[in-house]
Design a protein around this ligand. Structure first.
Ligand SMILES: [Zn+2]
Length: 138
């Protein structure tokens, strides 16, 4: 595995000046770890987040609409069994949506490590193993 300092950690192909900064701390010690991430990988990571949000809203809105339609169509009271059937419809709706989101993101990020894998970046992993914790950027 190439690990030139300037090779993007996520695709391991492109040499880049772009980085992600991760702030770590242990007691009073603070350090910023710089993880090389090329522009293309950063764009993919942003898109994955956006897709996940779109899918989430699709599920939420779709589930709510399906529940409303069910209640209107069936004249079931909006209580007791009506709610649990509505929840069932929302759940059934969300499974294919999650599956589509999964495939969509998988296709998009082909050959690129997902952003959460940043924790496996060796210099960062060494810090975490020695008791440091990830903290928000100061
Ligand atoms: Zn990259």
């Amino acid at each position: 595995m190439p690990n030139n300092d300037n090779t993007c950690w996520f695709c391991e192909k492109r040499v880049t000046e772009q980085i992600y900064q991760v702030n770590v701390k242990k007691d009073d010690a603070r350090e910023i770890i710089k993880v090389p991430a090329c522009e293309s990988c950063q764009t993919i990571h942003q898109k994955v987040v956006k897709h996940s949000l779109i899918i989430f809203f699709t599920i939420a809105v779709g589930g709510a609409v399906a529940t409303m339609l069910y209640i209107l169509a069936s004249s079931t009271e909006f209580s007791g069994s009506g709610i649990s059937i509505g929840a069932g419809i929302a759940l059934a709706w969300s499974i294919p949506a999650l599956f589509i989101a999964f495939l969509w993101n998988k296709k998009l990020s082909k050959g690129v490590k997902p952003q959460r894998k940043i924790l496996q970046y060796p210099p960062l992993k060494d810090k975490l193993d020695s008791g440091y914790q990830v903290a928000p950027l100061p």
